[in-house]
Ligand binder design. Sequence first.
Ligand code: FAD
Length: 385
Amino acid sequence: MSSNEPKLTVVGAGLVGSLLSLYLARRGHTVEVLERRPDMRRETLDAGRSINLAISTRGLHALRQVGLEEEALKHAIPMRGRVIHPVKGELAYQPYGKDDSQHINSLSRGWLNQFLMTRAEETGRVKLRFRQRVTQADVTAGTLTVLDEATGETREVRDAVVFGTDGSGSAVRQAMQPRPEFHATQEPLGHGYKELTIPPGPGGGFQMEKHALHIWPRGAFMLIALPNEDGSFTCTLFLPWKGPLSFAALETPAALEAFFQEQFPDAKALIPGLVEEFFARPTGHMVTVKCAPWRAGGRTLLLGDAAHAMVPFYGQGMNCGFEDCVVLDSLLAKQQDWDEAFQAFEKLRKTNADAIADMAVENFIEMRDSTGDPRFLLEKGVEKV
Ligand code: FAD
């Protein structure tokens, strides 16, 4: 890049923005990151989109490139297969690969985000600024209007190279909307999600198989659970918004308990806080966002969920966003010009991101339905647990 270094501004210090700032710093750039939330390392925040998530080869590769894989894996729990929970009868185990080396990993989202922020700051080139909400952007001029949520004051960042990593509801993407060449689609899933907890057992250990992703496939809906380092599991209930078996139908504790007793009796026995958690926690939305172009004016680029939000059923949203950082970094190693790098980035990433987003929707059908189908179990060579 030129010696007249422009201001590099990353909007959003989520998983992708934090990692991206670290990558940019390692290339010698000075980076300012604007994050609308308070600093999660100092204030307890809701974990956000999910409490834990599955990191797989793509995401690990991105961490390896910046020397963080080993430390991250110390906090991860390998999940070597799926455990399928029928309503009645024996559990079934579906290994992910031919041997245990083929696995995905459960990792705390909050821990990972904080870890990436701290490592980015430690480069000495990244300045994270919290409670800084980008409210408007001129994506061709590189101007951002920023509301300081602590003081209520508004200021402008000018002449910046802007990286929009502000998630599925991206303000940077919205600022691209009026451009004639820009188009975007947002497809909300007809299902929402709710997180629930299986605490550690009385002795502090895991109450189900630790090294597995647990699934209760029930056709139109499902429950899943991923292990946490403290011996608990975070369960996620995916349920339609409307209809006879839906969030709308679970309005009372009695209805909720009856539903769990009928559909997930073994899980219900392990979730003592079912009613409290269910009614206290928000119900999450899921959306597929596709848009193009991801760049504007040679100085603004969307990455991560801002460019390609996907439903979580392939466990690839963050992994794909981390891969964005790897690809952009490799292009910045070769290109002398931001616009050229951004164009090449979009060319390399767009088709892949769209494909993974489509596969994620397809995998919802496999997870909630086919994993419990006896023919599928036979095809996959399923073992009893
Ligand atoms: P985000 O994580 O959404 O971060 C965006 C950041 O920008 C946030 O910190 C936000 O506060 C900030 N921000 C937003 N607007 C502004 C603004 N105007 N100004 C300043 N800051 C702003 N992916 C996986 O790879 N594996 C999984 O197992 C997995 N499980 C998931 C489970 C669920 C239930 C869900 C919903 C998603 C899951 N995902 C998973 C997807 C993953 O969560 C996302 O792909 C990932 O969080 C995207 O990271 P991001 O940094 O692009 O966006």
